[in-house]
Design a binder for this molecule. Structure first.
Ligand code: 3VV
Length: 182
């Protein structure tokens, strides 16, 4: 597939976390106000994201008219957002919360408004805190991808990482309550 991203050849092997969501089950929402997958995000993409076999994740997305970028086709930034969210779930299969440090997308074909976009992500391996993922999108024929993405996520301690920003969340009270629990 057309991509200049170089996946390191010396990635460490990974193991599914014993408490990871099972294949076919819906991934737990990390934040119900998330623009990508939060069910309460007022203008979000409302992606429903599922664990697949092995180290894979999948989701479908209807390409709504208001996602238009070029005439009649999906905006590239919306596709990138969807990849970020779907690929961002992959690290959870092996355990840690992780945030995006690098994301690149190869746009292979225009994606018409009205199509159903099938997104998948695979966790390829890790190198210290870095988790390497690959994403693929198609609109019917899995052998004809419309876009390919590569991303690096870095594992974090979520409590510490988000601590100073929680009061800006739309649900800051809920987070403050969660943080006050031991
Ligand atoms: C009570 C609270 C509960 C909350 C619960 C919610 C948990 C939810 C968690 C997860 C949800 C999953 C779903 C998410 C979906 C959407 C994902 C997003 O959109 S995330 C938003 C955008 N991303 C950011 O805002 C990151 C901003 N960046 C940072 O904050 C820092 O860079 C951070 C903390 C990630 C790393 O900084 P350092 O100082 O800890 O570590 P250093 O040493 O710089 O990096 C570690 C390794 O990563 C490499 N690295 C860093 N940046 C890189 C880059 N741009 N490209 C390549 N490698 C990079 C470095 O070279 C290093 O690698 P070497 O081990 O030394 O080889």
């Amino acid at each position: 597939m057309k991509s200049g991203f170089v996946v390191p050849t010396d990635l460490d092997p990974i193991e599914r976390h014993p408490k990871a969501v099972g294949p076919g089950e819906r991934m737990r929402m990390h934040n119900h106000m998330c623009y990508g997958c939060g069910e309460d995000s007022p203008n979000g993409l409302h992606l429903e994201i599922y664990a697949g076999e092995g180290f894979t994740i999948r989701a479908s997305m209807e390409v709504e008219p208001h996602f238009e970028g070029g005439p009649g086709v999906l905006h590239g930034g919306i596709l990138t957002t969807a990849f970020d969210d779907v690929m961002g779930m992959a690290p959870l299969l092996v355990g840690p919360s992780a945030v995006t440090v690098h994301l690149e997308v190869d746009f292979l074909r225009p994606i018409p408004v009205g199509s159903t976009l099938e997104l998948s992500a695979t966790l390829l391996g890790r190198q210290r805190r870095k988790l390497y993922t690959e994403g693929v999108a198609h609109i019917g024929d899995p052998d004809q991808p419309v876009a390919v993405a590569h991303a690096i996520f870095v594992s974090i301690n979520a409590r510490e990482h988000f601590a100073e920003h929680l009061d800006k969340s739309q649900i800051s009270d809920e987070y403050k309550q969660r943080l006050s629990r031991p």
